[in-house]
Design a protein around this ligand. Structure first.
Ligand SMILES: Nc1ncnc2c1ncn2[C@@H]1O[C@H](COP(=O)(O)OP(=O)(O)O)[C@@H](O)[C@H]1O
Ligand SMILES: [Mg+2]
Length: 293
């Protein structure tokens, strides 16, 4: 794990090469979600279907309020869907009103961070496997320190979250997620509030994690450039009720480098995503204006 060729793959398998058979295939079939606060029906998702391949970096974009978080929360098991099915590696996660069980196979990296402030970085990162009794304390410590070092976070194990920068905290969260060896990382606008420079560091770090682990990443963003720079596929959602409007294959080479931002293909893809999202954003805006009238 300490060499640059090792892979981020915890629980004692850190020297393994990429698995020949990646896991983490997500099949979303006709997912519909109706919220009914105070008896008023809000149709958030309407027969939304998508197939995310195992090991795919899937990026979801779409107008505000179109149902992106609703979809992620259903996969995470934070709430049910009203009808439809979601499968993980062909096993039913949730169906109709049967809510998915939250599990260590799907780890959510929250937008506002969720580290325990009273624990050190090391205690935060080892928390999951220790609580689940999956690893001994010494094995967890060793693994955590290797992952932290690989993520450029060497030497902060004994710091508290309040003592490190927000960018570091976000990387610690990813390290903590990787300790659980999940099948899928679920990320809801994780870099939303960050300045441009910190974002570039976050991108590089996440791309390294992805290239080394080939975990399925389900990533929501409103930043269309970020979507193309990171993703293998970009899924554009319609305005609410959300469904998938367009799937764009991002056929840019990996490992990704900032040089691609000036390539013709990147600019072409960016244009395609912008046009598709703006069309939906315009519809959302007009619908809002009609409601106000
Ligand atoms: N708990 C809830 N109760 C009622 N309506 C909700 C709830 N959560 C989200 N919604 C509504 O569902 C729609 C989709 O929300 P959300 O999934 O958060 O959108 P996005 O993440 O794309 O911005 C929005 O109209 C939102 O107001
Ligand atoms: Mg959201």
């Amino acid at each position: 794990m300490t060499t640059s060729t090792s892979t981020i793959c915890p629980t004692g398998t850190s020297e393994m090469h990429l698995s020949p058979q990646p896991v983490g295939k997500l099949s979303i079939r006709n997912a519909t979600k109706i919220y009914d606060p105070d008896g008023v029906n809000v149709l958030a998702l309407d027969n939304c279907s998508m197939e995310v391949e195992a090991g795919e970096f899937c990026v979801i974009v779409g107008p505000s309020g179109c149902g992106k978080t609703t979809l992620l929360n259903a996969i995470a098991g934070f709430h049910d869907i009203t009808s439809g099915d979601i499968f993980l590696d062909d096993e039913l996660l949730c169906s109709g009103t049967k809510q998915a069980e939250p599990g260590a196979d799907r780890i959510v990296v929250f937008q506002h961070g969720a580290l325990f402030p009273w624990y050190t970085v090391l205690e935060n990162v080892t928390f999951g496997p220790l609580v689940q009794g999956k690893m001994s304390a010494s094995a967890a410590k060793k693994e955590a320190e290797e992952i932290l070092a690989q993520m450029g976070l060497k030497g902060i194990s004994h710091s508290y979250p309040s003592e490190i920068s927000s960018g570091m905290r976000r990387r610690v969260e990813i390290a903590r997620a990787m300790m659980n060896n999940p099948k899928v990382l679920l990320m809801d606008e994780p870099y939303r509030a960050m300045d441009a420079l910190t974002k570039t560091i976050m991108h590089k770090n996440l791309l390294d994690v992805y290239d080394q682990s080939r975990k399925t990443i389900f990533f929501i963003t409103h930043d269309l450039e970020e979507a193309i720079f990171l993703g293998t596929r970009v899924y554009v959602m319609t305005t609410r009720p959300g469904t998938i409007k367009k799937v764009i294959d991002v056929d840019l080479p990996r490992p990704r480098d900032y040089k691609i931002l000036s390539s013709d293909r990147y600019l072409e893809l960016k244009q395609e995503v912008i046009e598709s999202v703006h069309e939906e954003a315009k519809k959302a805006f007009e619908a809002g204006e009609r409601e106000m009238a």
